[in-house]
Design a protein around this ligand. Structure first.
Ligand SMILES: [Zn+2]
Length: 68
């Protein structure tokens, strides 16, 4: 199954964290802040995780070409 990026903002310490989970059904689930351990709510970040910076660069180039 594809990995999906979820983000959260910790109400306790203000950390903006991210987690990679299988599938896109974890939106709104409770998780744990990696910095302080408080409960946080996951938010789907809207995209499939890109594995490497090279992949991100390649996609950015592809998008730029599509815009022209
Ligand atoms: Zn925290």
């Amino acid at each position: 199954m594809r990995k999906v990026l979820y983000v959260y903002k910790c109400a306790e310490c203000g950390k903006r964290g991210e987690q990679h989970l299988d599938g896109d059904s974890h939106d709104g689930e409770t998780s744990t802040c990696s910095a302080c351990g408080a409960s946080v709510t996951l938010e789907w970040d809207g995209g499939v995780v890109l594995e490497t910076p090279q992949t991100i660069a390649a996609e950015a180039i592809a998008r730029a070409r599509e815009c022209k």
